[in-house]
Structures are given as C-alpha cells and as structure tokens.
Design a protein around this ligand. Structure first.
Ligand code: PRP
Length: 202
C-alpha cells in the first residue's frame, strides 16, 4: 500500500488533475468532496488530504509514505524527509514586501510579519539584519497596512494580493515550487512503487 499526502488548497488544485491522469495511481481524488481519505484497496493506493503546514509531519512519521507540498512549507519545517522531485508547478516567490518607499524602519529593528518565522529569521540573519519577527496565521498583507509591522515575508504568486493592498516587493528571497517528499524508511522499503509514482510527474 502506498500512502500519499497531498497538500490541500493551491497545491491540490494543481497536482490532482495530473495525478488523476495516471493509470496506476489516478482517478481517485475528488476535490469537490469534503472527504479526507481516498482509497483503492485493489490498487493498493491511499491519498490523504492534509493542511500544507502539517504535511511534513505526516511524512516524517510514516503516516504517509510520500507527500506533495510547497518548498515554502519544507523550508519552514524542521522535519527530516527526503526531497525527491521538483514538480515545477505551483511556482511562486518568497519575498519581503511592504508599503512603497519605506523599505527601512524609521528607527531600530524592522518588524516583519510572516507565516514563516524560521525562514524569515534565517534570511535576515544571513544578511546580518536584526529584525523582530511577528508570527501570523494568514492575511499577512494586512500587517503593514495597520501598523503592526514594517514589512512582511510571504509568498507572491500572481502579485494580485500585494497590488490590491497597495504593497510592493522590496526583496525576493527565493523561488518556490511543489516538491515530492518521502519518508526515509518508506523510500527504502517501497522504492519501486515510489519511483513509479514519481514518474507521473515526468
Ligand atoms: C497566499 C499568500 C498571499 C497570497 C499570494 O495566501 O500568503 O497572501 O496567497 O498570492 P497572489 O500573489 O496570487 O495574490 P493564501 O491565499 O494562501 O491565504 P492566507 O493569506 O490566509 O495565507
């Protein structure tokens, strides 16, 4: 049995149409349903649909053998898993952004709001820039608009959220895309089936 975790939301919307074309592994997931598990015992395949930030935990623990998740989540996670493949879908950028013309705080350390405190902290440390990280759960773009932070670190896909909220990119940190990851033990014990699964993505 191969257990595959798929990150809910943007990633699932991009990868499920690809998965569903596979003869061996496809045609199982229906994203219009609220079901969290899709299983075919005859073909020995199970998909679980999980919150992106939780996905590395499922794979590290072996609750899933492999997973499809964004590089942003992997960079933020401390989980120990193998990263097998860059699917080159779900492409976006991790960026520092804020109100135009104000890249620096008027005094002292910049306050930076983000869902990615580890990633943001390590980026600013690498630049030797002291910042205060403010961890938020979502709608990060709101923080500089209401004076909670001087800047944000967040993913930018189309750029629409920044634009519609009058924010601009100060710096790009890195490119982000969807990755196939594997549990370290599963990768050894189920190597054949994991390689066949991986081949769906070319
Ligand atoms: C993400 C991200 C940005 C937005 C970027 O948020 O945090 O807010 O998408 O996409 P865009 O450049 O195409 O506008 P998401 O929609 O996942 O929701 P969240 O703000 O609740 O995290």
């Amino acid at each position: 049995m191969l257990k595959v975790a798929v990150a809910k939301g943007r990633i699932a919307e991009k990868v499920v149409p690809i998965l569903n074309t596979s003869e061996e592994f496809g045609g199982l997931i229906d994203l219009s349903s609220r079901k969290l598990i899709f299983e075919d015992s005859r073909r020995q395949i199970t998909y679980i649909i999980v919150k992106p930030g939780d996905l590395p935990v499922y794979v590290e623990s072996g609750a899933a053998d492999v997973g499809l998740v964004g590089k942003d989540v992997l960079m933020e996670s401390e989980c120990s898993v193998y990263e097998l493949l860059d699917l080159k879908t779900g492409c976006c950028r991790m960026a520092v952004a804020g109100l135009p013309g104000r890249p620096q705080a008027p005094y002292g350390r910049r306050k930076v709001a983000t869902k990615y405190p580890r990633l943001a902290g390590s980026y600013f440390r690498s630049k030797a820039e002291p910042v205060e990280i403010i961890r938020l759960e979502g709608s990060i773009e709101l923080a500089p608009l209401v004076g909670l932070s001087d800047a944000i670190v967040d993913i930018v896909e189309s750029g629409k959220t920044l634009e519609e909220n009058g924010l601009t990119i100060y710096e790009e940190i890195c490119a982000i895309s969807t990755r196939l990851i594997a549990n370290k033990v599963s990768y050894k014990l189920k190597n054949d089936v994991i390689n066949r699964f991986s081949a769906i993505f070319g």
